[in-house]
Write a protein that binds this ligand. Structure first.
Ligand code: ATP
Length: 251
């Protein structure tokens, strides 16, 4: 018989992302106030919350870009901030800003990323992803000359360079047109089938709900809701979000 462990969790594949009592203070402000979160391989978690709820802070900690004040987080089998190149290779991010070098061309940006990741057959992969995101003709253009949507497509191409175990997306739909949005969703579905765990933070309830297996709401640094997508409807979730997710008075 399958029995839960001492903390009530059922056995299963090790989580790809796991945080325990994760806390982040910025000066005197608690941006995260004790986050316990698990995301399984092949699962997509959509994370919602008003401005300042702590979504970006959580994603930046998981990506190893910000140190937590207290608590633990493991991502793709590594304690955050301690996995070095192996962790960087396993974790793909699409963050605020584009994380691109403005003075380099589109293909130079990808070549640089491929070199940092130590990828084989880099030239071939770069040509493939540029074609896939519709930027073949812009391969030799300086990033600073690209539109914001084209930059976002290039950031997506960078993410597509290799298979990741964990994908962290911060407001991924920003600046994307319909075609690029479809491309992003195809990429997420293919990554899911490949076993990647994804956390997607967005203000777009419809898009996030549509792509997710699980939904979570952050409010003032606390997870105030977590549930399976197939156990609710978009309308019911919208109502729940306005009840629990809106900013309200900051404590
Ligand atoms: P948004 O939807 O507006 O992007 P968010 O949910 O991503 O918001 P965060 O960016 O994580 O929220 O911010 C959470 C809180 O932490 C906010 O009150 C913000 O002012 C604060 N904060 C974030 N980054 C810093 C920083 N570098 N220094 C000080 N305070 C910060």
């Amino acid at each position: 018989m399958v029995t839960p462990d001492a903390e009530g969790r059922m056995p299963g594949p090790a989580p790809a992302v796991e945080t325990r009592r994760l806390v982040k203070w910025y000066g005197g402000y608690p941006a995260l106030r004790g986050i316990d979160l698990c995301v399984a391989p092949g699962e997509i978690l959509a994370l919602f919350g008003s401005n300042g709820a702590g979504k970006t802070t959580l994603l930046r900690i998981l990506a190893g870009r910000v140190r937590p004040t207290a608590g633990t987080a493991r991502v793709a089998g590594f304690e955050v901030g301690k996995g070095g190149d192996s962790a960087r290779g396993a974790i793909g991010t699409l963050a605020h800003g584009h994380q691109l070098y403005e003075t380099l061309t589109a293909s130079e940006n990808l070549a640089f990323a491929a070199a940092m990741l130590g990828l084989d057959r880099a030239g071939e992969r770069i040509a493939q992803v540029l074609l896939r995101v519709g930027l073949k003709a812009a391969a030799g253009s300086s990033v600073r000359t690209l539109s914001s949507g084209m930059k976002r497509r290039l950031a997506l191409a960078k993410l597509m360079l290799r298979e990741c175990k964990v994908i962290l997306l911060d407001e991924p739909y920003a600046s994307l047109d319909l075609q690029a949005t479809k491309l992003l969703e195809e990429f997420l579905m293919a990554s899911k089938i490949g076993g990647a765990a994804t956390i997607l933070a967005t203000h777009n309830l419809t898009m996030g709900f549509g792509v997710a297996d699980r939904l979570a709401i952050l409010r003032q640094g606390r997870l105030v809701f977590e549930g399976r997508r197939d156990e609710t409807s978009l309308d019911a979730f919208r109502a729940l979000f306005s009840l629990h997710g809106e900013l309200g008075e900051v404590e």
